[in-house]
Design a protein around this ligand. Structure first.
Ligand code: ADP
Length: 463
């Protein structure tokens, strides 16, 4: 059964159940008909018996009784009669019965009907009613018999009809069932063929869904959803690779140009200095981008399931901000810190420090001189929020939803001038997500930006 297709298994199950139902139906029809016909025969026998009994009861004397009986019952359609004494002496029988003597049971109660089916070997079967009654000169056994020939013939015909019609009906139903199962499952074959055609190059293909509400329709929709997600991540990967190569090309092109210039003509000392410092700057940029890419790919792959330990965020934010303070001071910006006590989260301190560095780096980069940058750590019941707020150039609303995308920069020229690659916020988002937190960025252009990171507080409060 296991090796069979669903189509065949359905058909066989259906056929098995139907065969049982048909057999039960056939057997009950046969038994009911048999019972009913036998009852009709017994009714006839009873009727004849009561006629005979009428004569017997009327008679006051045996001779007269036999005359009457002979007159009425000697030639009677369909039924045979026999009257015997209790000793078995036959007093009357109709000529058709002839030598055939109907057997008489020894112990019979008075005035009670006995029904028997006789099965003589050389003859047809008989149905007999027997009753012991009071005769004019002692008890008599009156019997009426009827051949079961017609009955057996009719029952035989019924049996023949049922045993031919049953299998024929089963066969018709089985082929119908197989056809229906085939039809119902045809979309599966179609889906299999289409799904087989879906490859990395043809992810835009979708399965046909005829009826989205039935089981196959839902399966088709689920598969289509899966292909869509595959397509999306595949496109994202392609875009990421293209962006990354583009990002890496620019510094390499600059270095190459510088080298060509250096080779093309003799340089004086000052020119050499500028040229080499340009090359160095581009090398630093390359290193920075490759480091960031490495970080991102590690976060993506989830390798090194990072060590989690209790981290006091307030202390960590304070230390990170102090590290960044010289950068802010170089732009004459005010870096203000606020916080309400200890807030312990479970995580990797070096990754969490990276989050603060990236957010502060952005705030410092995109806030003009004399600006103000605020860092607040706010612990609530179950979460701690780190808010980094600046009063810089802000982000136009149409760019807000995309700033977490990899390599996305609002103003490419400006960002590059500020040494930005567009990966900073992506890294922050990955790290925050890995810690089970959320990040939110709000901004009013030319008024500033506010970035809020919420992390779940660890139940273990001791760092
Ligand atoms: P980048 O390395 O270019 O700074 P990020 O991923 O950190 O890349 O940020 C993406 C873009 O979001 C930046 O190019 C910048 O335009 C914008 N941005 C991020 N933070 C701020 C901020 N505090 N103020 C204004 N713009 C911001």
């Amino acid at each position: 059964m296991r090796g069979l297709s669903i189509r065949w298994r359905l058909t066989l199950w259906y056929g098995g159940v139907l065969a049982v139902v048909l057999a039960a139906f056939g057997i009950s029809v046969y038994l009911m008909m048999r019972h009913h016909m036998l009852e009709r025969i017994d009714d006839g026998l009873r009727e004849e018996l009561s006629d005979v009994l009428g004569e017997v009861e009327r008679a006051t004397e045996r001779g007269a009784m036999l005359v009457w009986l002979n007159r009425r019952f000697a030639r009677h359609e369909g039924f045979d009669f026999q009257i015997t004494t209790t000793d078995g002496e036959r007093l009357f029988s109709n000529p058709r019965l002839g030598d055939r003597q109907l057997p008489v049971r020894a112990e019979l109660s008075m005035n009670k009907n006995y029904y028997t089916s006789l099965e003589p070997k050389e003859d047809r079967r008989w149905r007999v009613i027997t009753r012991k009654v009071a005769g004019p000169d002692g008890p008599l056994v009156v019997q009426v018999a009827r051949s079961l020939g017609d009955f057996d013939h009719e029952m035989g015909e019924l049996l023949a009809v049922l045993s031919v019609a049953g299998p024929v009906a089963l066969l018709v139903a089985l082929s119908g069932g197989y056809f229906l199962a085939r039809r119902a499952l045809a979309p599966v074959d179609h889906m299999t063929a289409t799904a087989n055609e879906v490859t990395a190059q043809r992810l835009n293909q979708r399965l046909d869904v005829a009826n989205p509400h039935d089981e196959l329709g839902r399966l088709g929709q689920t598969l289509n959803g899966m292909i869509s997600r595959l397509e999306r991540s595949f496109l994202e990967m392609q875009r990421f690779t293209a962006d990354a190569s583009h990002e890496l090309r620019t510094p390499i092109a600059v270095i190459r140009t510088e080298a060509e210039v250096a080779l093309g003509k003799p340089l004086d000392e000052a020119e050499k200095q500028t040229l080499l410092s340009n090359v160095l700057e581009e090398c630093e940029r390359l290193t920075h981008i490759t480091d960031q890419l490495l970080t991102l790919s590690r976060e993506d792959a989830g390798i090194a399931p990072f060590p989690r330990e209790p981290v006091d965020l307030h202390a960590l934010v304070e230390a990170a901000a102090e590290t960044m303070r010289p950068l802010a001071e170089a732009k004459n910006q005010r870096l203000v810190m606020t916080g309400n006590g200890r807030a312990v989260v479970s995580g990797d301190p070096s990754r969490l420090r990276q989050v603060i560095y990236n957010l502060l780096d952005n705030a410092i980069k995109y806030t003009p001189e004399q600006g103000r940058i605020e860092v607040a750590t706010e612990a609530a019941d179950s979460t701690v929020r780190i808010v980094v707020r600046d009063n810089g150039i802000g982000i136009p609303p149409e760019h807000l939803p995309r700033v977490f995308d990899r390599f996305y920069r609002v103003d490419k020229a400006r960002s590059r001038a500020e040494d930005g690659s567009g990966l900073g916020l992506s890294i922050v988002q990955s790290i925050v997500a890995a810690h089970g937190g959320r990040i939110e960025l709000r901004s009013v252009p030319q008024r500033g930006a506010t970035c809020t990171v919420s992390l779940p507080i660890s139940s273990d409060r001791e760092p």
